[in-house]
Design a protein. Structure first.
Length: 99
């Protein structure tokens, strides 16, 4: 009767390492890039920018402090939100030419 050979330590770990590499490139790396872009966007905010909060509120920045952003959401209506609550800039409206 022939005895089956045991795989070496590296051979047994190879599938696990392949899964880790795939996990890194599909999940971790894109998340790091997204966090970096979000951080850069938050650092570049300035008065007059039109933004959307994570709660879906559209507004224009009228004041900035360390971690607080003051938004004008309507005439004579201003709110203060955390800088981290800013989800992004408002999308630019494409105007259709009138014929």
């Amino acid at each position: 009767m022939a005895q089956a050979q045991q795989p070496s330590g590296w051979t047994a770990l190879l599938p696990f390492l392949v899964v880790l590499v795939i996990f890194y490139f599909l999940l971790i790396l894109p998340a790091q890039r997204q966090r970096k872009r979000q951080s850069q966007m938050l650092g570049a905010l300035k008065t007059g920018d039109k933004v959307i909060t994570s709660g879906g509120i559209y507004g224009t920045i009228v004041g900035l402090r360390d971690e607080v952003v003051q938004l004008r959401i309507a005439d004579q209506v201003r709110i203060e939100v955390s800088r981290s609550a800013i989800a992004g800039h408002q999308p630019q409206k494409e105007e259709t030419p009138k014929s």
